[in-house]
Design a protein around this ligand. Structure first.
Ligand code: GLA
Length: 727
């Protein structure tokens, strides 16, 4: 048990305006990882106080004095609490307030790395019980927090809002980093100094809830977040539905951070004795800047929130930008031949392969009718999958099971499955409607259809799971009239229930997460997937920014990044093939174009680049990320590197985003071993002249990290990749 009992004297404590001065017995509750501690104090029948979150403290006795101003562990709306509450309930008799007090706590070792601490709270008057759960992941310095509520009132209790996590901080200044965006511009990094009042980051969209704001944040105390020093707190909500993160800067200057389900139009009526569980909030802290915070998230998710986080993801060719829906069997087998020649490991057939009565030749028909289109592919998916395998490639397929075109057999057969608001018009988006995942029949359909699709061939080993619209005119024919506001919560629960069943049956299937690009990138969805499509924007220039934001939180190994054709289909920008490869190779490399269009010296270059990516892949996908120069800086450079866990190998990337004259590129490397000697070899070179003056020479780690390196990179969209190997 992580509990120690202490007698302590409460010197007059301001407890949200309350003061007490009686001698009490208190529990000190510790949630600890290798380098961090969260500490609470509790006494029976009184509120539990959040005392501390930061560097690990082993001697906690000093907390027995309490602190002059204290915040509750999980502040409910009631008593003297006037800030945004973590919990707001309406009891069966209409009483709007809740006052939570301590019952006791328990601590359970889940395995060598994880300990769960549960703080049991109850309402002072009503039979309402709230458990605040913390799962400490020691090695990764991650604490996963969630909350469960149960009550024994006779009627239902209305949950007006419930957070997954709350924590208070007190500093001179707070700098919030969050990630905003839109389609083709996801995860744009934004840091701002918080001012008094409440800043909210949220989604009310449903389905594509990470598209315009990701449910993750960093908070730096006193100064903008630095890579290598300073207190940085961070959170990422593991939830693929509406969410809300709020940062309330109060009168005394305390910052109150809440994160969890969005309370917008989503009151939840909790029946007696039923348990309500919030999503997980994944929290981490480092005293050594945001670089360590990113590495904590990556290490944690590779182990706990990625389907096969310990393995390398394949180099693939996706046909989407190469053919869109305009293909036949020969187009695809030719692409597979070319892909094999390039050394590609997996071929993914994207949208357009299904529908007969309503053929999927455009995005206005066929969605929902998951039978292979006989005209385009007369010998079926089995033939294509076998063909790919016979050429040494694996085979994957695109699906979008949560959606339906009005022009489809499915929409005609099951109009009751479509999300709709009573008699109002059902609005289309990308010509499609949303299926109601709150309905168990729809969940069954999704699971069965997945089974049927993968049963088309034992050689299907990869699925791209897409979801191309969000929710409008919300409503469910399945949910009762008085429970329509449950839609937002139950949709995600239904989706996750389907994923659970699918994963149980198909544990080895590789599944890519996609929602019009990065519309659903969150740790809740990610745990069922192997990787995600970060954005429909394949322009290498924009990808530098998108990947910079994305990989601040989410792992590189899972970040699909594809070389596409030039001019880019989304932005119209022309950039050299080398630059496109150098960007895609800094994540999970793939191609998304017509490979036969790469000819001559480009062909030789691309083939070599794919070969060299396979060399550096373990370092990029499983190593530690160090950001060296932010693309958001003023100087028009971007640079990052990955270091293998044993510090024997590293790979370095540098990009020029504008014309540089007379300035030149220089940076210090990070994460190497100061005592080792490293040979530096430029990869992906296109001429006989290396951009690095010390190409093929050796340097000490100490030199590289203190003196640094200079590169000849002057032109816009010039770039360099260096392999750094211990001698
Ligand atoms: C979405 C995806 C794309 C592609 C298309 C197919 O936009 O993000 O990658 O799969 O759908 O319709």
């Amino acid at each position: 048990m992580n509990v120690k009992y202490f007698m302590f004297l409460f010197c007059p404590l301001a407890v949200q305006g309350q003061t007490t001065d009686i001698v009490q017995t208190a529990d000190i509750i510790e949630v600890k990882t290798d380098n961090t501690s969260m500490i609470f104090t509790a006494k029976t029948d009184a509120p539990v106080f959040f005392q501390y979150w930061g560097n690990r403290i082993d001697s906690t006795a000093d907390f027995s004095l309490g602190r002059a101003v204290e915040q509750q562990l999980f502040p409910a709306y009631g008593g003297r609490y006037f800030l945004n509450p973590a919990l707001r309930l309406t009891h069966e008799d209409g009483v709007l307030t809740t006052e939570l007090v301590y019952i006791d706590m328990e601590s359970n070792s889940l395995d060598e790395n994880r300990t769960e601490t549960i703080v049991h709270l109850k309402d002072k008057l009503y039979p309402v019980f709230v458990d605040v759960h913390f799962v400490a992941h020691k090695a990764e310095d991650v604490i996963v927090q969630y909350v469960t509520v149960v009550h024994h009132e006779k009627d239902s209790v209305r949950i007006a809002n419930i957070a997954s996590s709350y924590f208070p901080l007190h500093a001179e200044a707070y700098y919030l980093t969050h990630f905003y965006g839109s389609w083709a511009a996801e995860m744009q990094w934004k840091e701002e100094r918080l001012t008094p009042g409440t800043k909210v980051v949220e989604s009310k969209k449903g389905v594509r809830t990470a598209q315009s704001e990701n449910p993750s944040f960093l908070l730096s105390l006193n100064r903008p977040a630095e890579e290598d020093f300073g207190d940085v707190y961070a959170g990422a909500l593991a939830w693929s539905g509406n969410y809300k993160l709020s940062f309330e800067f109060d009168e005394p200057g305390v910052l109150h951070t809440l994160g969890g389900l969005n309370d917008f139009a989503s009151e939840y009526y909790l029946d007696s004795s039923r348990v309500f569980r919030t999503p997980d909030m994944v929290l981490t802290y480092s005293a050594h800047g945001k670089g360590q915070v990113s590495r904590n998230f990556h290490d944690w998710s590779r182990k706990y929130a990625l389907a096969h986080g310990d393995k390398l993801n394949p180099v693939l060719l996706n046909n989407w930008e190469g053919t869109y829906m305009n293909f036949d069997e020969k187009t695809l087998t030719d692409m597979i031949d070319n892909a094999a020649d390039f050394g590609i490991e997996l071929f993914v057939l994207d949208d357009g392969w299904f529908g007969n009565r309503f053929p999927r030749d455009d995005d206005d028909a066929g969605l929902g009718d998951w039978q292979v289109n006989k005209k385009k592919l007369p010998r079926g998916i089995g033939y294509l999958a076998d063909y790919a395998v016979s050429k040494g490639l694996r085979f994957g397929l695109w699906i979008e099971l949560e959606m339906v075109n009005p022009k489809s057999e499915l929409a005609q057969k099951h109009p009751e499955w479509v999300v709709k608001s009573g008699e109002r018009d059902v609005l289309t988006m990308r010509n499609q409607w949303l299926l109601d995942m709150t309905n168990p029949d729809v969940q069954d359909f999704v699971v069965q259809t997945f089974d049927e699709i993968v049963a088309m061939s034992p050689n299907i080993s990869y699925i791209k799971w897409d979801a191309n619209r969000h929710v409008e005119n919300v409503g469910s024919e399945y949910l009762p009239a008085g429970r329509q506001t449950h839609f937002w919560y139950e949709y995600v629960q239904g989706l996750y229930a389907a994923y659970e069943r699918i994963r149980e049956k198909h544990p080895d299937m590789e599944i890519q997460l996609c929602s019009s690009g990065g519309g659903r990138v969150d740790f809740g969805a990610l745990k069922y997937h192997d990787e995600f499509w970060a954005s429909d924007n394949t322009s290498a220039v924009d990808r530098i920014f998108i990947q910079y934001g994305t990989n601040t939180i989410y792992p590189v190994q899972a970040t699909a990044s594809h070389v596409s054709s030039s001019p880019n289909h989304q932005t119209g920008i022309n950039v050299p093939l080398k630059f496109r490869f150098d960007v895609a190779m800094s994540a999970r490399l793939g191609m998304e174009l017509q490979p036969k269009d790469i000819t001559g010296s480009d062909y030789r270059f691309a083939k070599k680049a794919i070969r060299e990516y396979k060399l550096i892949r373990p370092i990029v996908q499983l190593g530690d990320l160090y950001r060296l120069i932010s693309p958001y800086g003023e100087n028009g450079w971007a640079s990052l590197m990955y270091v293998s866990k044993d510090q024997e190998q590293a790979v370095f990337f540098a990009y020029s985003l504008k014309y540089h004259n007379p300035t030149y590129f220089e940076t210090k490397l990070k994460g190497l071993h100061p005592g080792k000697r490293y040979k530096i070899t430029e990869l992906n070179g296109r001429s006989n002249h290396s951009s690095f003056y010390g190409n093929d020479k050796t340097f000490s780690g100490e030199y590289l990290m203190n003196v640094g390196i200079r590169l000849r990179l002057y032109r816009p969209y010039s770039s360099a990749v260096l392999l750094i190997s211990e001698e």
